[in-house]
Design a protein around this ligand. Sequence first.
Ligand SMILES: Nc1ncnc2c1ncn2[C@@H]1O[C@H](COP(=O)(O)OP(=O)(O)OP(=O)(O)O)[C@@H](O)[C@H]1O
Ligand code: SF4
Ligand SMILES: [Mg+2]
Length: 365
Amino acid sequence: MTELSKSGAAVGEPVKDSPAPSAFLEVRDLKVHFPTDDGLVKSVDGLSFALEKGKTLGIVGESGSGKSVTSLGIMGLHTAGQYGKRKAQISGEIWLDGTELLSADPDYVRKLRGREMAMIFQDPLSALHPYYTIGQQIVEAYRIHHKVDKKVARRRAIEMLDRVGIPQPDKRVDSYPHEFSGGMRQRAMIAMSLVNNPELLIADEPTTALDVTVQAQILDLIRDLQQEFGSAVIIITHDLGVVAELSDDILVMYGGRCIERGPAEKVFYEPRHPYTWGLLGSMPRLDREQTERLIPVKGSPPSLINIPSGCAFNPRCSYADVPKDNVTRTVRPELTEVGSQHWAACHMTHEQRERIWTEEIAPKL
Ligand SMILES: Nc1ncnc2c1ncn2[C@@H]1O[C@H](COP(=O)(O)OP(=O)(O)OP(=O)(O)O)[C@@H](O)[C@H]1O
Ligand code: SF4
Ligand SMILES: [Mg+2]
């Protein structure tokens, strides 16, 4: 993850007319808000990060933290009725390969989708049409961006199905989605996402609902394909273990904001935010007894409508009283550098966090 320029890192301030970044993908102060009868839902509220080609960024956070809304926003799909009919309010900047997408012509963004950027959706059934064969759908996805006849596109579809490990691809190409198992459908969707060799691939919880063996195969597949095509990959999951293994960098989301980001090994082995400590404690681990495996982060996620002042993690944080002058309850902590390329948003001092991590948290994990 390339570190942001000063202006890019200034979470909270829209940065207009700023120069194009050098990173392949740079998201600056992204906000996606949804007007609802109950008020404005601030699903993503000032998110900034950068990603280079050939690198993988893992986005992790519990349910409702804004991971899918972030990816839909990058893909220009936040308004596509995926989550409701009212128009989302989106602001900030999304730079892809030198072009700012939020201010770009929607037709241009539509053309990029599927060709330069593609997404593996959380639910493959929502992305595959039930009335068309898998082959027809991959052929269609390919022909939108390549002027080739159906025969050539069909050969390409079979090649992609083979590439993602679907047996007898020349026969299965004519199957309908319901004739595939969950794992096979996920593979078919990956084949469709990758048919145009996208330079940016967003995989939104690509393994939820799959059994452990298939999960591992799908993750290996994404890694192999990334190495082959040199794409930039964003992988989204609840599971810090998965992102630690696959990613170069990790971004931890809480209540629509980033609370920690940095190189994967730093965030995983030297995390500096109490919420990340909680996520690590809730990770399934093979070396633990079943009974002591999952200790979920206690409490519930913050409201995205009435966001309290101060630190959003305060009601759930065991260390809320550690920072002096009660600053935690009134001032929102901004991301500050806690190590090389490593940022966390917490009012505790560096020394306080280092001591708590080393003496209290790490020995129990
Ligand atoms: N159209 C919408 N209207 C109102 N609220 C919305 C809308 N779309 C998303 N949200 C809310 O935004 C928040 C973030 O949703 P999002 O789908 O990004 O979560 P997530 O991190 O992907 O969670 P999960 O891990 O369960 O997939 C949720 O509270 C969700 O209810
Ligand atoms: S700022 Fe305070 S409440 Fe928030 S994570 Fe840090 S210690 Fe916990
Ligand atoms: Mg999601």
